[in-house]
Design a protein around this ligand. Structure first.
Ligand code: GLN
Length: 380
């Protein structure tokens, strides 16, 4: 394997889902719903296939989808973006992340991100040859250490990467934190990349897009996708929204990574994004019930549960059970309790920082969540 990828192992999500199947354990690890996406979106996909929308799509997205993305962004942020020049459709947000790094970061550029971080950030930054600086968000509230962040910015800093609502902690960046980041970006001529794939799963606070802050749109790439909001993680439809000069970089990388994204799924995604507000309200209502089952159960089982405001994840501290680290705890949980979770130490540059933590997801049907909670209450 090439040096730029040498340090990376099989992703923790793949490892844990494989173990779940091998041990017949309940999978509260990898974040994918065990229920299906909405009928009207599936029907739209079938219709698109039957209508013969099956050849390569326009590289940066089928026009209808670019327009639907721009319309939703306008509804969410109040910003007017040109669907033809400022929206790029990618194969999932993971590709949008890669295209952003590869299209806008030069070897040696510094990029600041927040640990714990989604694993693809580090790997794609490594592919781009970036120098990574991680600022650690610490429990119980995972708030941004503002002074640490400020002193991390140097003349070589090219971008700050944020993720709100935040995987794996469920933290949502507050307006004050976002304003602080915005000021740093503007004063030091730094770009902002913001992964907002959980924006519709904001339970305790309103989601704020960094791009909507004064003077930020022109230096921000906003990344999002269909998967979480429509429970269709396997469709791999994502997008990047950015002003034309940044979009150009993203599109050049995208053109040579995948060239274009699945045509019929893009047509269906466009239909999905035209869903009425009631769709999102119902989604949130359902997830609130699921979240309560998991959070109450984890507390009853004896974990220290940290508050999660958004995403479908909850972070807990497993130290009451006396294990050496997150890996040892998760192994026991799979083999002896029959539940899979994610050990988050891989989401830190220094794994020690995550060794007391474990991430659980509640994107599962209520019966599955109850069964997992019962096992933990009984066997931990
Ligand atoms: N985003 C999902 C999670 O955090 C997993 C994505 C993946 O498997 N790469 O669980």
């Amino acid at each position: 394997v090439a040096k730029r990828l040498e340090k990376f192992k099989t992703t923790i999500f793949t490892q844990m889902s494989t173990l779940a199947i091998k041990h017949g354990a309940i999978n509260l690890g990898q974040g994918f719903p065990n229920f299906d996406g909405p009928e009207f979106v599936k029907e739209a996909a079938i219709q698109a296939v039957k209508e013969g929308k099956n050849q390569y799509a326009r590289g940066f997205g089928v026009p209808d989808l670019n327009s639907s993305i721009a319309a939703r962004f306008k509804k969410d942020t109040g910003l007017d973006v040109d669907p033809e020049k400022e929206v790029t459709v990618t194969s999932g947000c993971t590709e949008a992340i890669a295209a952003t790094m590869l299209g806008l970061i030069n070897p040696g550029d510094e990029v600041i991100l927040f640990a714990p971080f989604y694993d693809s950030y580090e790997a794609t930054l490594s592919m781009a040859g970036a120098k990574i600086k991680a600022i650690t968000l610490r429990p119980p509230d995972f708030s941004v250490p503002l002074n640490e962040l400020k002193s991390a910015v140097t003349k070589d800093t090219r971008a700050i990467l944020i993720n709100t609502p935040h995987n794996p902690t469920g933290k949502m960046f507050s307006r004050e934190e976002l304003e602080f980041i915005a000021t740093l970006c503007k004063e030091n001529d730094v770009l902002a990349f913001t992964d907002e794939v959980y924006d519709k799963l904001a339970f305790e606070a309103d989601h704020i897009s960094l791009a909507s802050l004064p003077g930020m749109y022109e230096r921000t790439v906003t990344l999002n996708s269909l998967g979480k909001t429509f429970s269709l993680t396997g469709w791999k439809i994502g997008w990047a929204i950015a002003p034309p000069h940044l979009t150009w970089g993203v599109r050049q990388a995208h053109a040579f990574l995948t060239f274009a994204t699945s045509t019929p799924m893009q047509w269906a995604a466009s239909v999905a994004l035209q869903a009425p507000e009631s769709y999102y309200e119902e989604l949130k209502r359902d997830y609130k019930v699921k979240k309560a089952i998991l959070v109450d159960g984890l507390k009853a089982a004896g974990f220290i549960v940290y508050p999660s405001s958004g995403t479908y994840f909850v972070m807990v501290d497993h130290t009451p059970f006396g294990f050496e680290n997150d890996i040892a705890f998760c192994e026991y949980l799979i083999k002896e309790v029959g539940v899979v979770a994610i050990p988050p130490s891989v989401f830190y540059l220094n794994p020690e920082e995550g060794k007391n933590l474990v991430r659980f997801t509640f994107c599962k049907d209520e019966g599955t969540l109850r069964a997992a909670v019962d096992r933990m209450k009984e066997k931990l």
